[in-house]
Design a protein. Structure first.
Length: 422
């Protein structure tokens, strides 16, 4: 059954790029977002102006739509279950999202599927007896294993077997672009974190020594067919994605393994829609860092470089249309995020953007093979994603293509510098 009316909870830049693709597919896109000035609002078929967690607003949205999808994974799934019981169709299904919206749940899922990932434990494990191991077992399994043993009084925090300083601490939910993460270098850092947070809301992971950060976008339709986009290299600046190179300069065997990881995950949980696997690649091979159950920054290159963009693909899947071809139609592409860099543009004390970067935007758009996407966000800040630029690459040779990409990146940097740390 084809659906010609879709709801999106969220009105930011990802929703904007979905809305840009909707008319060509004959899809009406209705958006729930709190502000009429949010990026997707001008292109939406209708707006439900409300907070993203406003259940009554989502219920009203559902009356205009045959299915609802999401811009991000910060969801109150328990509340949404009430709507699902009323017959509201969510894509992906809530049962799939439930396994992915928490980093702890992601790690438990990867352990169950025996997919490669960094060693980890719940932060609460550091307060358990030393025999606790960093084996990725779930909290419920650990509690069952402990049985009726007496809890030690005032336990001394210590890392379980398998973890050693430095370690990465992550908030289980809500973190993005480096927010909700801390590197713990020593025991004093661990004790400070325990004093500041609920340990059941955080996890610890080994600090992975990687050579490259990669991302594998993949999609699965309602009939169970899976497609993978080209594996890409990602690069971060101050924990925010700086640029993406497609395809990644890695051996074909690594590309095949990434596709297999994505296909195994999507098939195992019956996921429908777009997903992105953020990966580490190094001496230990490929490891899954995080899973984003939605369209993703790492896939923006697909708008210009692939036969079907990630945004058109997600709408096709939600609407029940046949999936498009996810392959590259060009030798390659470089996507550069445009991060707010001018402190003077944000210092009027109101949160409003006083600088519009018009000169820089025009200079970027004039670069050969460039496609500029400006999100039209209200307000801003140093390091905030205000838009992105995609540059086509022409070299068929992987090494030459990397050199071409770095040359073009330098041209971008001459126009649009990186923001400095505050």
């Amino acid at each position: 059954m084809l659906l010609d009316s879709i709801g999106i909870v969220g009105g930011g830049q990802l929703a904007l790029m979905l809305a840009e693709e909707a008319p060509a597919l004959g899809v009406a896109l209705h958006v729930q977002t709190p502000n009429a000035n949010d990026p997707a609002a001008p292109l939406a078929s209708s707006l439900e102006l409300a907070a993203l967690d406003d259940l009554q607003a989502t219920r009203r949205l559902s009356r205009r739509c045959a299915a609802i999808s999401f811009e991000n994974e910060w969801l109150d799934l328990a509340a949404l279950e009430e709507l699902a019981a009323e017959g509201v169709q969510f894509v992906p299904e809530l049962s799939c999202l439930e396994q992915l919206v928490s980093k702890r749940r992601q790690r438990e899922l990867l352990n169950r599927l025996d997919l490669p990932a960094p060693r980890w434990c719940g932060l609460e494990a550091v307060l358990q007896p030393r025999r606790s191991k960093c084996d990725g077992s779930s909290e419920s399994e650990r509690r069952s294993d402990e049985g009726e043993r007496d809890e030690p009084s005032a336990p001394v925090p210590q890392l379980p077997e398998g973890l050693a300083f430095p370690v990465m601490a992550k908030a289980a939910t809500g973190g993005y672009d480096g927010k909700g993460t801390r590197v713990l270098h020593q025991k004093a850092d661990l004790e400070a974190l325990l004093a500041a947070v609920d340990p059941h809301d955080w996890i610890l992971e080994e600090l992975v020594a990687f050579e490259l950060e990669l991302a594998q976008l993949a999609c699965r339709d309602r009939q169970g067919r899976v497609q993978c986009y080209p594996l890409v290299q990602t690069h971060q600046h101050q924990h925010v994605c700086d640029w993406v190179l497609a395809p990644a300069p890695v051996p074909h065997a690594v590309q095949a393994q990434a596709r297999n990881l994505a296909a195994s995950l999507l098939t195992a949980i019956g996921y429908v829609g777009m997903v992105s696997l953020e990966l580490f690649y190094g001496r230990a091979g490929l490891q899954v860092n995080e899973i984003a159950p939605r369209t993703h920054n790492a896939g923006h290159f697909s708008i210009e470089a692939c036969h079907t963009s990630q945004f058109a693909q997600h709408l096709r899947i939600v609407a029940g249309l046949p999936m498009g071809d996810a392959a590259l139609k060009l030798p390659g592409a470089l996507m550069v995020n445009l991060l707010g860099f001018d402190a003077a543009a944000f210092d009027d004390g109101t949160g409003a953007t006083t600088g519009d970067y018009l000169g820089q935007r025009q200079a970027l758009a004039d670069l050969p093979g460039a496609a500029l996407h400006w999100y039209g966000k209200q307000g801003g800040g140093l390091g905030r994603k205000l838009g992105h630029l995609t540059l086509t690459l022409e070299s068929p040779d992987p090494q030459a293509r990397v050199a071409e990409a770095m040359q073009k990146l330098e041209q971008v940097r001459q126009i649009w510098p990186l923001p400095q740390a505050r």
